[in-house]
Design a protein around this ligand. Structure first.
Ligand code: ADP
Ligand code: MG
Length: 702
């Protein structure tokens, strides 16, 4: 490596650079380095932001815009509003308290008025600020104003230093975009680079699959980055959002076409096995269960395979619907497989299915990574198989399957689901979930599935009450629990344990169990967490089911599926650390029997805001309402997690706000794929590229 002074680099590069091409660079995938005018350190900094191609750069959308033709007046009181202020830096002070350093600058409006308030700008432990913010600097700042002692302060405001030349530039006297910046690259520099790229690169020739829209893509792109008027921004955002959604809907549509491919012959069944099973049940199916089963049966009799999502709130009785569909498949002579996300749940299903299927002479096999047990005798070919992820690696079981049921499907990744749906034997697929997915999201993520909804609770359930309380109420809560436990009920105490530091959390759990044993003595308590050995977990669950253990101190391992109707108490510690939808899932562990149930959400941080959020669960027991609320509070990204959705990111589209666009995108995707199934037209280049980038997800599409 030859040491080089940073200043020498651009010159050296310039001499080597090829002469400018006659036509401007227009390839969206052009590496930014090839543009020739972005400096090396900036390229590196951009790369850290995930920006390496021309397209990445132009799709690096602003976080917000500032109308720098007029600024806010300097406020004279604190408040929640954010201000965008322009002014001059007066005195600056640097202070040091032990390891803490602070830098303060007096900031004043650039008028002669002596009445104009002074705002103190303050930064802690940020060295680069004091190097650039100097007395006399002209600054634009953005932030909230707080009263600190007697002074009005802005702490860690976003700021930009401006100069007189900026009047002729893109940084002042206009609506200015504020793009996300990063280490080694400022908002100002990014703004400059994007502006130059928009001016010099031939992006206008990029294909727009939605050319007929009123606002075309190119105009929207220009407006989102450098609008002339603020009113342009929102329509532009929606146009670009629509194209993002179009990408997703195209993938979903391709997938749908792939999974719905025809199968050899429809499954003809009399429903005799199912009839026997239902007759033997101690209860009658709810109307919703009956409807779902009928829909599944109709699917099986079609000439293309079934691909159905069964959504039903916790406790709505999805397991019975799974069993019914498995019986239909078994009667047609095919193996039926059910996959569950946890070992505890797989074992529970194994137990349930054995009790339902044994009288019908159907063998049931359990397959987890550590256990394999079966009621099948040698020579039994067809039967039901229940298992965990371990099933995904067992081709001998999957290959011959005529039906695959995925329980709590949101706990599996899209790729894992794809693995099952793209098996060569093309089994029917039923995916079940208790996490009520807001309808807008469901359409996006599961647009390739038919829907059944269990919107009815089985009868005969006791009432379920939920209370969100602060820590100070714990003694009363313990007294109440004791009373109920002494009447014969059982309880879960749930801790939020962080997966990454499992060692630490296991220790915390050990300490907690000791405390609970003492608090509730002599009532028998036991610990159950994800890191215990499989056999250990099973023996604890067995003891809990048989009521030898009355209190389970546990983690979110019980979140999904666990069904012990005599458990009527649920105490969630540090409930503020869970998402609302997850708490609703946890709450589904109780309220399953005839007795009244109580769920207590203990707020451990002392924050009134957190307690208020938990109160949403006090008010509603409807998973859909809660899911919508969660979506509103946290945004879709958080709920889905990129890993789970496996879809390209949505930068501008907001599934909540833009729900109407989803329908447009879906119709456009269908139109495009009808007109150009292989996406060969130039205007579909972007969509073709998306399809190629997601071929994993779409395997089986050809
Ligand atoms: P989930 O939808 O959460 O998976 P489960 O399938 O575990 O719910 O069912 C919850 C409980 O309700 C189980 O104990 C099950 O046996 C019972 N159950 C299911 N369907 C009915 C019904 N139609 N009537 C009465 N109880 C039912
Ligand atoms: Mg279930």
């Amino acid at each position: 490596m030859t040491p080089e002074t940073p200043g020498a680099k651009p010159a050296a590069r310039r001499s080597k650079a090829k002469p400018l091409p006659a036509t401007p660079p227009h390839d969206p995938e052009l590496p930014l380095a090839r543009l020739g005018w972005i400096r090396r350190p900036q390229l590196t900094a951009l790369e850290k932001l995930g920006i390496t191609t021309l397209r990445d750069l132009l799709e690096h959308y602003p976080r917000r815009h500032e109308d720098r033709r007029r600024f806010d007046h300097f406020p004279d009181a604190e408040g929640e509003q954010t201000y965008c202020l322009s002014g001059i830096v007066g005195k600056t002070v640097f202070r040091r308290f032990g390891r803490m350093r602070s830098f303060e600058a007096q900031f004043q409006e650039a008028t002669d008025s002596p009445l104009s308030p002074v705002i103190t700008l303050r930064w802690f432990n940020l060295f680069h600020v004091q190097k650039s913010v100097l007395t006399g600097s002209r600054l634009i700042v953005h932030g909230r104003v707080r009263l600190r002692g007697k002074r009005l302060c802005m702490e860690h405001p976003e700021f930009e230093i401006v100069t007189e030349e900026d009047r002729e530039s893109i940084h002042l006297d206009r609506v200015v975009p504020v793009h996300p910046a990063g280490d080694g690259i400022s908002v100002r520099v990014i703004r400059g680079i994007i502006h130059r790229a928009l001016a010099e690169c031939g992006w206008a020739s990029w294909s727009d699959p939605l050319a007929k829209r009123k606002v075309d893509w190119g105009k929207a792109l220009r407006s989102i980055h450098f609008p002339v008027e603020p009113e342009e921004i929102e329509p532009a955002r929606r146009e670009l959002a629509l194209r993002e959604l179009l990408g997703i809907q195209t993938l979903v549509t391709i997938r749908r076409q792939a999974v719905l491919r025809p199968r050899g012959s429809p499954k003809k069944v009399t429903g005799a096995l199912l009839g026997h099973c239902l007759n033997a049940l101690p209860f009658t199916p709810t109307a919703a269960q009956t409807r779902a089963i009928a829909a599944i049966r109709a699917d099986m009799e079609r000439s293309h395979r079934m691909h159905r999502l069964l959504q039903g709130d916790v406790g709505s009785g999805k397991t019975l619907v799974a069993a019914a569909s498995m019986l239909l498949s078994l009667e047609a002579g095919h193996r039926a497989v059910l996959m569950a996300p946890t070992q505890i749940l797989a074992e529970q299903h194994f137990r349930t299915f054995e009790s339902w299927f044994a009288p019908l002479g159907i063998p049931v096999t359990l397959v987890t990574s550590s256990i394999r047990k079966s009621s099948a005798s040698r020579g039994d070919r067809v039967g039901a198989v229940i298992g965990t992820h371990a099933l995904l690696h067992d081709d001998s079981i999957l290959e011959g399957a005529g039906l695959v049921v995925i329980d709590e499907q949101h706990k599996f990744g899209v790729l894992q689901r794809a693995r099952l749906t793209t098996l060569p034997s093309a089994p029917d697929v039923l995916v079940m979930t208790a996490t009520p997915i807001p309808r807008t999201l469901a359409q996006t993520l599961y647009g390739d599935l038919d829907f059944s909804i269990l919107d009815e609770r089985p009868p005969g359930r006791g009432v379920l009450r939920t209370a969100a309380r602060g820590l100070e109420k714990l003694p009363e809560i313990i007294t109440y629990m004791r009373e109920r436990l002494e009447k014969g009920r059982q309880a879960y105490v749930v801790y939020p344990l962080v997966e990454q530091s499992e060692k630490l959390s296991a220790k915390a759990a050990e300490e907690e169990i000791a405390i609970w044993k003492e608090r509730l003595s002599p009532i028998p308590c036991a610990l159950l967490h994800g890191k215990m050995k499989a056999a250990e977990k099973e023996s604890v669950m067995e003891a809990f089911r048989s009521r030898k253990i009355r209190v389970l101190v546990t983690t979110s391992v019980i979140e999904v599926g666990v069904d012990v109707p005599n458990a009527t108490l649920l105490l969630v510690e540090n409930a503020e650390r869970f998402g609302l939808a997850q708490l609703h899932q946890l709450r589904g562990r109780i309220g399953r029997g005839e007795h009244a149930s109580t769920c207590v959400l203990l707020e451990g941080s002392g924050s009134p805001v957190a307690l208020e959020r938990l109160r949403i669960l006090e008010r509603s027991n409807d998973g859909f309402v809660i899911a919508e609320e969660d979506l509103r509070l946290r945004g879709a990204g958080d709920i889905l997690g990129t890993e789970q959705s496996g879809l390209p990111p949505l930068r501008l589209a907001d599934l909540h706000r833009d729900a109407d666009l989803l329908a447009v995108a879906s119709a456009e995707a269908a139109r495009i794929l009808h007109q150009d199934p292989m996406l060969e037209l130039p205007s579909h280049a972007r969509l073709r590229q998306l399809r190629e980038a997601n071929s994993d997800l779409l395997r089986g599409a050809d």
